[in-house]
Write a protein that binds this ligand. Structure first.
Ligand code: UN1
Length: 499
């Protein structure tokens, strides 16, 4: 298992290619044992000013580096991440708690994103198109926006960061990144990798601190023209309001209330596996986690029985121990929120079939563990069927038919991910059309998005933008339309067209 030197335990900001200490720090805890193991800067707004200045200066040169050369550095970053995969994965488990197999998966997601976006360095396609006038040329091009701000959460501290940072970089922007202070290691490790890969100073700057101070300072910076945020709905709305006042572009991803639909013709064993993986993997702390199961009345009983049987086999504990399938919750506040929903669910009349309690794991008494939990007899109006719990908690809702299943899926304020288990091809096509979410799975759970497809959702999940995929480039580029008139005379569009 990995050990950290004393020096490695004290993190610093990364500004203009240098490690910068700050006056104030705070402790970071390992969620598996509740013990403090790191110190992270609690920066003030002056650090943000410094970072923005560095990024502003660096951006001028970076934008002039040909995109394929910017991409060469991304290839190097990907290669170093690959070499360091095991170290990164173990550190990720230490700071986030997710089981090591999932941590490796998340680091792989970051590596994939590096290579994928490096490929974009030779594309970044615009369009050429006929002009409506003779001897005239027309095309559209992508241009960098300038300095961009990135705010990332603790639940996927490396994958989500790469979804945002890498497209921004390859497109010629420079980046100010505020990672979550719950999981600061991944940002620090990535910054080391950037340096090793030869990324010019100031292209990516990491500033640690609270949302109230550093998040706010970032939004207030005039030089930052785009903010890409993943986090809570409440904070995302505030970010959007502030950015709106300044006409700053903002891309938001703010969670989900994702459902697996199980129809009467489904392969039940397959559905059970998919529900278990997407509901209890990462202890349910994914934006994409399954937190509702919408089940056809004919298979409700068997599904409940099979879920209860399989839930017994989920070993819970320290994520670095490979026998464990479910790791801890991120912190006490996370646990308290889940506990609150246990009370709410019971008061609303839902029936608790399994779990429902905080867990004490031997030798990890101070860790933040929670039992995988299944509520049944849930109705769509209940708060546990509507609000994001962000824990290993699933609510089972019974429906009479396919149409009702779709309606129940859509009757929440979020729209990130959804899934349907069925063998009926007509239902498959109707479902992918009618499920009102940004991601739809057929015969698979609600998690497992791949990086070359757009990630994000409808309604309260976001504001129309997407992370990852080529679509992320739209967040970090401005479109420019260019016309070249080589006729040698004045030609007026929409007027001189019949010449
Ligand atoms: C998140 O939950 O915020 O699709 C990200 C998935 C992962 C990413 C999740 N690839 O579950």
């Amino acid at each position: 298992m990995i050990t950290l030197s004393n020096e490695e335990k004290v993190l610093k900001n990364f500004i203009n290619g240098e490690w910068m200490d700050v006056a104030e720090r705070e402790n970071v805890y390992n969620p598996a044992d509740g013990k403090e193991f790191l110190e992270v800067p609690n920066s003030d707004a002056a650090a943000m000013d410094q970072a923005v200045e560095a990024a502003r200066i660096a951006q001028k040169d970076w934008a002039l580096v040909p995109a394929p050369q910017r991409a060469e550095i991304l290839y190097k970053i990907g290669a170093i991440m690959k070499k360091k995969k095991e170290r990164l994965s173990q550190l990720l488990t230490l700071e986030n708690g997710k089981v090591i197999e999932e941590a490796r998966g998340e680091v792989q997601e970051g590596i994939d994103m590096a290579f994928y976006m490096a490929g974009e360095g030779r594309r970044l396609f615009g369009q050429t198109t006929p002009a409506e006038l003779k001897d005239k040329f027309a095309m559209s091009q992508r241009h960098p926006v300038g300095v961009v701000g990135i705010i990332t959460p603790w639940n996927f501290p490396i994958a989500i960061a790469t979804w945002k940072t890498f497209p921004a970089m390859v497109a010629g922007n420079t980046v100010i990144w505020k990672p979550s202070s719950e999981t600061p290691m991944m940002a620090s490790e990535l910054a080391k990798i950037f340096k090793e890969a030869g990324l010019p100073k100031g292209v990516v700057n990491v500033v640690y601190g609270s949302g109230a101070t550093i998040g706010q300072a970032m939004i207030e910076q005039e030089a930052i023209r785009v903010i890409s945020f993943t986090g809570s709905n409440e904070t995302g709305r505030k970010v959007a309001t502030e950015c709106g006042k300044q006409l700053k572009k903002v891309s938001l991803e703010m969670g989900g209330k994702n459902a697996v639909i199980v129809m009467e013709d489904a392969d039940i064993d397959l559905a059970v596996e998919g529900i278990l993986w997407s509901a209890f993997g990462t202890s349910g702390q994914r934006c994409t986690a399954c937190s509702r199961v919408i089940v056809h009345k004919d298979v409700r009983e068997i599904l409940e029985k099979r879920l209860l049987e399989e839930m017994k086999g989920l070993t819970i504990g320290d994520g670095l121990d490979t026998k464990n399938k479910v790791g801890p919750i991120i912190n006490q506040a996370g646990l308290d929120k889940i506990l609150k929903y246990m009370e709410i669910g019971k008061e609303e009349g839902a029936k608790l079939l399994a779990g429902g309690k905080q867990l004490t794991v031997k030798n990890y008494e101070k860790g933040f563990y929670f039992e995988p939990t299944l509520f049944t007899d849930v109705t769509i109006d209940m708060r546990i069927a509507q609000e994001e719990v962000f824990g290993p908690v699933v609510s089972l809702i019974e429906v009479n038919d396919f149409e009702e299943a779709i309606a129940v899926n859509n009757k929440v304020k979020y729209g990130l991910s959804s899934s349907i288990y069925t063998q009926n091809v007509n239902r498959v096509f109707k479902a992918q059309r009618d499920l009102d979410t940004g991601i739809v799975y057929v015969n698979a759970g609600t998690t497992g998005a791949e990086i070359h497809l757009p990630f994000g959702g409808t309604k309260g999940t976001g504001n129309g933008h997407r992370d990852s995929g080529v679509q992320a480039l739209d967040v970090f580029t401005e479109w420019k339309a260019v016309y070249v008139d080589y006729s040698g005379k004045l030609q007026r569009a929409q007027i001189d067209t019949d010449a």
